[in-house]
Ligand binder design. Structure first.
Ligand SMILES: C[S@@+](CC[C@H](N)C(=O)[O-])C[C@H]1O[C@@H](n2cnc3c(N)ncnc32)[C@H](O)[C@@H]1O
Length: 182
């Protein structure tokens, strides 16, 4: 099965873009995702990123929207990843994004942020994860429908840009991060 068959909000163009970005990560490199839901973006990253490590983080509580309130979300995710042939290549962490980031000790080559979309949460996620990034950080839903995402990303001043025909905002980091030893 391909990631396109998994339910989710990621457009086909956005999924292709994530696949390509995952391909560009060096062999053995680390991809981290915040917010997997049923695994549409997770599978895109995994299917594009063969030979790379992938960790996804989700508290599996969804958010206030009713369509997120799915008690079997974790089971659905696991099933989708297995059906996409990437079940053994994705490390799933059940936890709160900023709490996981606080205990993180490895440089991240590609970070995909698609967790909570309100301004305070995105701002907190940027502050928590950007220091761990040594490659690129990508945000989903940088668009007028999600003003909190746009405001938090703009204020962070990461110097990135929107990838055409998507709501993905990408920021590259060329400087060192705390864990990097080269
Ligand atoms: C928009 S959905 C992710 C969609 C997914 N990337 C896809 O392609 O279908 C957001 C997800 O982030 C998770 N989430 C929201 N806030 C979070 C937080 N603070 N920590 C961990 N997960 C969070 C929710 O449980 C939900 O599954």
């Amino acid at each position: 099965m391909r990631w396109q068959e998994i339910d989710g909000w990621l457009t086909v163009e956005e999924g292709w873009t994530l696949e390509h970005l995952a391909k560009m990560v060096p062999p053995g490199g680390l991809i981290v995702e915040v917010g997997c839901w049923k695994g549409r973006s997770t599978a895109a990253l995994a299917q594009g990123g063969e030979g790379k490590r992938l960790t996804t983080i989700d508290h599996f509580r969804g958010d206030d929207e009713a369509h997120f309130a799915n008690p079997s979300l974790r089971l659905t995710l696991d099933d989708n990843l297995v059906r996409c042939g990437v079940g053994d290549r994705v490390d799933v962490i059940e936890g709160e994004s900023v709490e996981v980031a606080a205990g993180w000790h490895e440089p991240v080559d590609l970070l995909f942020l698609d967790g909570s979309h309100d301004y305070d949460s995105v701002k907190a996620d940027v502050a928590a994860w950007w220091p761990h990034v040594r490659g690129a950080m990508v945000f989903h839903d940088y668009c007028p429908e999600w003003p909190g995402v746009v405001k938090a990303v703009d204020e962070a001043g990461l110097g990135g840009c929107v990838i055409p025909d998507t709501s993905l905002y990408i920021a590259y980091k060329e400087t060192t991060c705390p864990e990097r030893d080269d």
